[in-house]
Ligand binder design. Structure first.
Ligand code: URA
Length: 234
């Protein structure tokens, strides 16, 4: 069996590199032609937690890495607040190219269209299959809708655990860019809600780690038992 820290990590990194090559070659959408870089997921391919945002913005498009702009800085702080380093988590987006609209020769970010999300879904699904996270934290309404359907309402349905892909526990919270757009009391209120959601994620990860440790202990006891049995029979 492959161990989490060795062969498995290498295998997953190789699979993600193949996936990146496919995404870089993809031109299913017009934004495949306007992007500077395709932006695939980064982080620990064996992380129990996958964070899924909406789509790359200008900085991400230039640096070929998700969540490196202002929202990304806040995301890094949010993860840090529950004891997670950015590189210990796998961070990705629903779409892998920057969705833009052009006005007076300038490019602005826009929300991904349903068709763009559908075209890119294969790549998100492949990331989910490779990393096999036990917990998925989706950020913002488009990411929530991509998992829970178009009727998903972030104000009513954030902070709730859902059954996500491949048996993962899924929660949606507000996007860090949304938090940054709030002011005064609104910002405090939104931050409180997000903090509650982050604590729930921390709790879920701890529960999973405890269950894994108990299973490993049981396996150890079983293995010792088999060994003893073998000795008895000799
Ligand atoms: N917002 C997102 O949803 N994703 C990014 O990668 C950056 C900002």
């Amino acid at each position: 069996m492959m161990s989490d820290s060795g062969e498995l990590r290498t295998k997953r990194a190789a699979d993600l590199a193949l996936l990146r090559a496919d995404v870089e070659a993809c031109r299913r959408c017009a934004i495949g032609y306007t992007r500077t870089n395709a932006v695939c997921g980064v982080g620990d391919p064996c992380s129990p937690l996958m964070v899924v945002g909406e789509g790359p913005g200008e900085r991400e498009d230039l640096q070929a890495e998700p969540f490196v702009g202002r929202a990304g800085e806040l995301l890094t702080k949010m993860l840090g607040a529950i004891g997670l380093a950015r590189h210990d988590v796998f961070i990705t987006n629903t779409i892998k190219s920057r969705a833009i609209q052009e006005e007076n020769g300038k490019r602005y970010n826009r929300a991904p269209s349903p068709l763009e999300m559908e075209n890119c879904r294969e790549y998100l699904n492949r990331e989910l299959a490779i990393v096999a996270p036990q917990v998925i934290l989706a950020l913002g309404s488009p990411a929530g809708k991509s998992f829970l359907g178009r009727a998903f309402s972030i104000t009513r349905q954030r902070g709730i655990w859902y059954a996500g892909p491949n048996g993962a526990a899924l929660m949606v919270t507000f996007h860090p860019a949304y938090i940054l757009r709030q002011t005064g009391g609104n910002m405090t209120a939104v931050k409180r809600l997000v903090w509650a959601d982050l604590l729930a994620v921390r709790q879920k990860l701890d529960e999973i780690a405890r269950t894994r440790a108990a299973e490993a202990d049981a396996l150890g006891v079983q293995a010792a038992g088999y060994e003893a049995l073998e000795l008895d029979l000799r």
